[in-house]
Design a binder for this molecule. Structure first.
Ligand SMILES: [Zn+2]
Length: 225
């Protein structure tokens, strides 16, 4: 595993043209009463580092710890730079990474999807090699601070989980919650900020998920860039 920030520039110069730069993109936003505001950022960093562990040509950039989290406004501690700023941040950041063979955006926050996709499309039209990874949406009743994210944080950094405070939030499928969520944000559908039920979470489940995600990501990048 190699973190870009730990290298000196000649180290980078010697290998950049054969190296993929992985940029973890997270958020600083509420994740219920039991998970830290840094959850998405920690998940993105973990996935990028695990990928680098199986692909020696991957270097992990310092994470972007802010994203587009307007839907979590009203929960103190949530900090958001909004969609336009995130898109522009990624466009400028990746334009500055032309020494590398390609760039992989590892985005662990669903609310970042629009700006991340638009930035990648724009950079692709400019002739840059950019790929995007985000966690597969497997369960519409477990979309925020529920079993999936809690299990992963238990696997990555258990000290960050206040397990005794884990409690279910809104448990309807996301598409049912969507109209009210669009109007009033997460606070309108879930007073504790959870969409799902974290009470059955486990580190073992988190390790399995991370393993599956990174295996699939590694396969999808075979032969690239
Ligand atoms: Zn999250």
């Amino acid at each position: 595993m190699t973190d870009l920030g730990a290298l000196a520039w000649p180290d980078v110069a010697a290998r950049a043209s054969k190296t993929v730069l992985a940029i973890p993109v997270g958020s600083t936003e509420q994740h219920g009463p039991h998970l830290p505001l840094s959850t998405d950022t920690e998940v993105a960093v973990e996935v990028a580092r695990r990928l680098a562990a199986i692909r020696p040509d991957v270097v992990v950039a310092p994470a972007v710890p802010y994203g587009s989290s307007g839907e979590h406004a009203g929960f103190p501690g949530t900090l958001s730079i909004g969609q336009d700023a995130l898109e522009l941040l990624l466009v400028e950041l990746i334009r500055s990474a032309d020494a590398f063979a390609g760039t992989l955006i590892v985005s662990a926050h669903g609310g970042n999807a629009g700006p991340v996709t638009r930035a990648a499309d724009r950079l692709g039209r400019e002739g840059r090699r950019v790929r995007v990874w985000s966690p597969p949406a497997t369960d519409p009743t477990d979309t925020h601070a529920g079993q999936i994210e809690t299990s992963i944080l238990l696997a990555v950094r258990p000290a960050g989980v206040q397990a005794g405070k884990a409690e279910a939030g809104a448990r309807q499928p996301l598409q049912e919650l969507w109209p009210a969520l669009r109007r009033g944000g997460v606070a309108a559908v879930s007073p504790n900020g959870v969409l799902g039920d974290p009470t059955g979470a486990s580190a073992a489940a988190g390790r399995r998920l991370l393993g599956d995600w990174v295996d699939a990501l590694g396969l999808s990048l075979e032969g690239w860039p």
